[in-house]
Design a protein around this ligand. Structure first.
Ligand code: ANZ
Ligand code: ZN
Length: 836
């Protein structure tokens, strides 16, 4: 038997299930990731996964997100930081309610049952959570602080109620925020979304629009560029001008918003949103025939979503209102139309129609036979212009002004300034900024959410529930009709809804709406800092210590909504003086998705990979290593392309090394084999950068290399007793802790130490061991040695040639002669031939 065979035959078998069973109770007792030591002086880091929704057991998406985030949490601990890595559940929301309706159960039972299941799975998967900080948003201990926050916003006029047309899902029978309407359909159920006029609660996020855009510069480089641009686009800030048009037969003028005041001379009509107050008023002043036509058009418009109305491949329609505006500079008569492509709640709900230069306007003008007037010509002359009226393509590009009186010849940018100034002088306009962002609609007519802490009193109106009376607890679900019907189920809980007015003592009713669950998740990262406080939402001093979140990890599906709301709430809390920062998440990693056979996993497609099955077959460590090794974390992972079996083999190899090491702890490592030590110390030096730049897959590859070389050192020499082998094995155990905590812990024990390896600090690389060996490269010119260079053995040919040509002796030898040939054999020889 060879030496190699002996070693293997005597090694025990790597048994992931036994290792898991062995360490779980030890960790339960040890609570290695608790962060309750107030005297801990180490620098802090707050590492957070996006909030988990308890929709069932954990799935592969959770495995990836939580596995990768845990790499960072465990890593930073080993770098000497006091790391806060909490976990909680975003446990209010429609799915619980819908499931409860389907099964006639209480949403509570469904929700808390799922939480228990996910907790049990998390325990085994073993992210390094501080379990003592667990929170559930559906606990009154949590949601009372949503109510408190609501009152804070209310106090500042940032929470308010108004009647307006809102997105309505006829299937879920509930309102939806703009963000929850995707391509005109309900994000949750896919039903076509319609509009309803309802009185709803809003948070005035538009008051923060500028800061929500401007502060993105703080996140440049630390958040994915794509997310930054999605945030920017969602706020949709544009600048242009407000232009005031007089209206014949009306005292008040009408203001329109345009991004192109330079096209003012090209206006051939004005269009107003049919569902605006202005349209109704203008129509009311027209003939009865117009009124009838308008009324029918308005009814039709009301059934259309904003997306439909703005869709470019839809025939444009409108109703001429038989009214006229007056052009602010030329005095021309401008016909006024009602057109559904104009939205009531953007800008001023009215546009100046410039068909020659705006495609929507051109489509409208062509459909309704209105004139098209070119006022910006690419070459500054009308002669070569393709007439948009004929081509059907608007001229939206740059050019010089024509047909524009004294402004002719100006460039687009010059004209924007000049016309805005002229309008200002005429008292008919000024520079204006507009935002696509709307206020955040937060009320829902559903049961399973935070009750809005407002009481409606006939004499006093809206009365906030006094803070001392919080929480306003949800009434029991039993006996309530939870089915969606357009009014909140809470209204049916009469005992609950009927209260004395806190202000006059008279009989009053509670607001029966509940809050959008995005309110819950807009500040939860602060609750983790004082999860059990019944005095405050979060302790300001704790927030000073821990917040903002240093590293946030989650899916790109939250690139807009959740992040925008959390950023908004942070700014509100900042302005209140509760936190001293304005951005909640300093760095963001968006992990990709776990696919199967190139597709999103789903039961209906039949390609579902179950987390529980994978855990059963391979265990937590192999799963975590597989996910980390699969590729850059931002990319999607196709489960068909990865090999958990390969990961298991790697882990077994690593584990056996610890088993084979025959020296004891504390051996003088400086006596170890130099070649192996160099590899270990290069590893120690390089891997931190790899992990900090999210190159987890490369870090795992380096770990695999280290395991292979160490195995060779054991089997082929210098042997299992060499000090470098122990140093390598310990390094593997410590590094493996970030990817495969069970295997690492077991190795650590085999190496003669106490748990837990998770607390062992990353070792410093010794600079002396990082110095690369050098070799001498010879440079010949026409066969004679003219230079010698000290270079790295792994130097690339290009680099070697560059160094050779730069050498002073070599240059002297070449002189003015022309180089005819260069042969490079890296790292040893460069041979240069010249014409003589
Ligand atoms: C005239 C014009 C000429 C326009 C031109 C554009 C190009 P953004 O960039 O998205 O902010 N608009 C203004 N209010 C509107 C409303 N309520 N519904 C639909 N469209 C509206 O869009 C600003 C432009 O959208 C404005 O500039 C206006 O059309 C249109 F060559 O005015 B523009
Ligand atoms: Zn009252």
């Amino acid at each position: 038997m060879s030496h190699e065979q002996t070693a293997h035959a005597t090694a025990e078998k790597y048994d992931f299930a036994a290792i898991q069973e062995k360490w779980l109770p030890v960790w339960d007792a040890l609570k290695p990731f608790a962060t309750d030591d107030a005297t801990d002086e180490r620098p802090r880091k707050y590492v957070l996964d996006m909030f988990s929704y308890p929709s069932g057991d954990l799935h592969m998406g959770h495995a990836e997100a939580f596995g990768l985030c845990d790499v960072l949490a465990r890593y930073w601990r080993q770098r000497g930081y006091n790391v806060l890595h909490p976990v909680g559940w975003d446990s209010f929301g429609l799915p619980a309610e819908n499931a409860a309706i389907k099964r006639g159960a209480d949403p509570r039972d469904w929700t808390y049952g799922n939480i228990e299941q996910q907790k049990a799975s998390f325990r085994v998967y073993a992210p390094s959570f501080d379990w003592s900080r667990e929170i559930h948003t559906s606990d009154p201990e949590y949601y009372q602080w949503n109510q408190w926050l609501f009152l804070k916003l209310y106090e500042k006029g940032l929470a308010y109620r108004k009647a307006s047309p809102v997105n309505w899902c006829p299937n879920d029978q509930t309102v939806l925020a703009n963000e929850q309407v995707v391509d005109g359909m309900c994000e949750r159920c896919g039903a076509v979304v319609t509009k309803r006029n309802l009185t709803q609660w809003y948070f005035r996020i538009t008051a923060y629009a500028d800061r929500l855009v401007d502060d993105l510069t703080q996140l440049e480089g630390a958040w994915p560029a794509k997310v930054l641009s999605m945030q920017r686009n969602w706020v949709g800030r544009s600048t242009g001008a407000d232009v005031v048009f007089g209206i014949e037969g009306r005292d008040e003028p009408v203001t329109v918003y345009t991004t192109r005041p330079d096209t003012l001379f090209g206006v051939t009509y004005m269009a107003v949103a049919p569902d605006s107050a202005l349209a109704a008023e203008l129509a009311a002043g027209a003939t009865s025939a117009v009124q009838t036509e308008f009324a029918a058009y308005l009814e039709k418009t009301k059934t259309e979503s904003d997306i439909d109305r703005q869709s470019t491949d839809r025939e444009k329609t409108g109703v001429f209102l038989d009214r006229y505006a007056t052009h602010p500079l030329t005095g021309d008569r401008i016909p006024i139309w009602a057109a559904d492509y104009v939205l009531a709640d953007y800008g001023h709900g009215a546009v100046m129609g410039v068909p020659a230069h705006d495609q929507r306007d051109l489509d409208f003008a062509r459909a309704l036979d209105l004139p098209v007037r070119v006022v910006v010509a690419p070459d500054g002359t009308l002669t070569d212009v393709d007439d948009p009226a004929e081509t059907g393509t608007a001229l939206s590009g740059d050019g010089l002004l024509v047909n524009s009186g004294t402004f002719d010849g100006l460039s687009k940018d010059e004209a924007i300034d000049a016309l805005t100034t002229a309008l200002g002088e005429a008292g008919a306009g000024e520079t204006a900024t507009n935002y696509r962002l709307r206020d955040w609609l937060i009320s829902r007519q559903r049961y399973w959410g935070t009750p809005i802490p407002i009481i409606h009193c006939d004499s006093c109106g809206e009365v906030p529930v006094p803070e001392s009376q919080l929480p306003v607890k949800l009434p029991a679900a039993e006996g309530l009709d939870l089915r969606p019907k357009g009014t909140s189920p809470l209204g049916g809980a009469d005992d609950w809804a009927t209260v004395d007015c806190p202000s006059c003592g008279g009989s009053a009713r509670r607001d029966s709406d509940t809050m959008d669950t995005f309110v819950d998740s807009s500040w939860y990262f602060l609750r983790f800092l004082s999860p059990n406080s019944d005095e405050v939402a979060f302790d300001v001093a704790e927030a000073k210590k821990w917040a903002p979140v240093d590293q946030y990890v989650g899916g790109v599906e939250h690139a807009i909504l959740h992040l925008l709301y959390a950023r908004f709430m942070t700014k509100v809390l900042h302005d209140y003086g509760y936190v001293d920062f304005e951005e909640p998440f300093t760095a963001l990693l968006n992990q990709g998705m776990v696919l199967m056979d190139g597709q999103k996993m789903s039961k209906s497609v039949g390609n579902l990979v179950e987390f529980a099955d994978q855990m059963h077959s391979y265990g937590a460590d192999a799963l975590r290593v597989t996910l980390a090794f699969a590729g850059p974390p931002e990319d999607d992972i196709d489960w068909a392309d990865v090999s958990p079996t390969g990961s298991t083999k790697f882990l077994a190899r690593a584990w056996r090394i610890a088993h084979d090491v025959s020296s004891g702890p504390g051996i003088d490592v400086s006596t170890g084999d130099t070649a192996l030590r160099k590899l270990v110390h290069h590893f120690l030096a390089d891997v931190p950068d790899l992990i900090e730049s999210y190159k987890f897959n490369v870090a795992v590859a380096r770990l695999m290399e280290l395991v292979n070389v160490t195995r060779k050192a054991i089997d082929k020499g210098p042997g299992a007793a060499d000090a470098a082998v122990r140093e390598a094995a310990e390094t593997i155990a410590v590094a493996l802790n970030v990817f495969a905590p069970y295997t690492a812990e077991d190795m650590w024990e085999l190496l003669g130490y106490e748990p837990t390896v998770a607390h062992v600090e990353w070792r410093q690389a010794e600079p002396a061991l990082l110095v690369e060996d050098e070799v001498t490269a010879v440079v010949q010119v026409n066969g004679k040695v003219r230079g010698r260079l000290q270079v790295s053995p792994s130097i690339m040919p290009d680099e070697l040639e560059r160094l050779a040509r730069g050498d002073a002796n070599v240059q002297r030898a070449i002189g003015e002669a022309e180089i005819t040939n260069v042969i490079v054999r890296a790292p040893k020889i460069v041979s240069i031939a010249t014409a003589r």
